[in-house]
Design a protein around this ligand. Structure first.
Ligand SMILES: Nc1ncnc2c1ncn2[C@@H]1O[C@H](COP(=O)(O)OP(=O)(O)O)[C@@H](O)[C@H]1O
Ligand SMILES: Nc1ccn([C@@H]2O[C@H](COP(=O)(O)O)[C@@H](O)[C@H]2O)c(=O)n1
Length: 215
């Protein structure tokens, strides 16, 4: 497919899985191995709804594992802009404040776009834009252990708040909205970032598409 200015359509790789499954680790591994190509990584988390007009006490209660927590319309429209080789103003998300920052970051279009997040295979508009769809599959017990460590170290959470949130929303929403999207995946990667064979296969496939795009 070609786009308006005769350049080839950028390749979109969607990477999903539960929280703590290793989506970011897999995406970074693909990114590292493709260095030298023109690459870009977009985190769906940047598109959590702006809640600056909601009190902090209310923001804490938001269900962040429901599709409605995201501004998917904005994500779809910005991915389309990138596909048309236009730059975007990507939102910046603050997990400690549970809302977007006032600032945005300018992101230039690239040949390969890795789109990573818990709901990226949930919306058909996003799925339809993807060339490769990946589901990172990691057991619930491993994911909650990783999440406790990460949320306490990086996202300013207490152990009790991580456990409460996990039981109230993260786990049930995973089984309702995320795990079912496995059926849309081209590739299911068990154990995420340590699965070097899967990452090598994915990188080979992306190189293949890039080579064919140049013909
Ligand atoms: N295969 C793995 N083995 C051990 N730790 C891992 C593995 N993959 C990811 N991690 C760690 O688990 C945590 C969550 O991984 P991350 O890639 O951020 O998951 P996600 O983006 O799906 O939430 C990170 O601290 C990461 O370093
Ligand atoms: N204010 C917020 C926003 C999101 N979360 C949690 O983040 C998870 C998604 O990010 P991963 O990197 O883990 O995929 C999701 O499960 C939300 O519960 C949050 O806790 N607070």
């Amino acid at each position: 497919m070609t786009v308006s200015n005769n350049k080839k359509k950028p390749i979109i790789i969607g990477v999903t899985g539960g929280s703590g499954s290793g989506k970011t680790t897999v995406s970074r591994a693909i990114f590292e191995q493709l260095k030298g190509h023109s690459l870009l990584m977009i985190e769906e988390d940047s598109y959590y709804n702006d809640q600056s007009n909601v009190s902090f006490e209310e923001r804490v209660k938001t269900n962040y594992d429901h599709p409605n927590a995201f501004d998917t319309d904005l994500l779809v429209s910005q991915i389309n802009e990138l596909l048309n080789w236009k730059s975007i103003e990507k939102p910046i998300y603050d997990y400690k404040q549970h809302t977007r920052s006032q600032e945005t970051v300018t992101v230039e279009p690239k040949e390969v776009i890795i789109l990573e997040g818990i709901m990226v295979l949930n919306d058909p508009r996003l799925r339809d834009l993807m060339d490769i769809k990946i589901f990172v599959d990691t057991d619930d017990d491993i994911r909650i252990i990783r999440r406790i460590q990460r949320d306490m170290e990086e996202r300013g959470r207490s152990l009790q708040s991580v456990i409460d949130q996990y039981l109230a929303t993260v786990k049930p929403m995973y089984h309702q909205f995320i795990e079912p999207t496995k059926r849309y995946a081209d590739i299911i990667v068990p154990e995420g970032g340590q699965n070097q064979v899967a990452i090598d296969l994915l990188v080979t496939k992306v190189r293949d598409i890039l080579r064919n795009n140049k013909k």
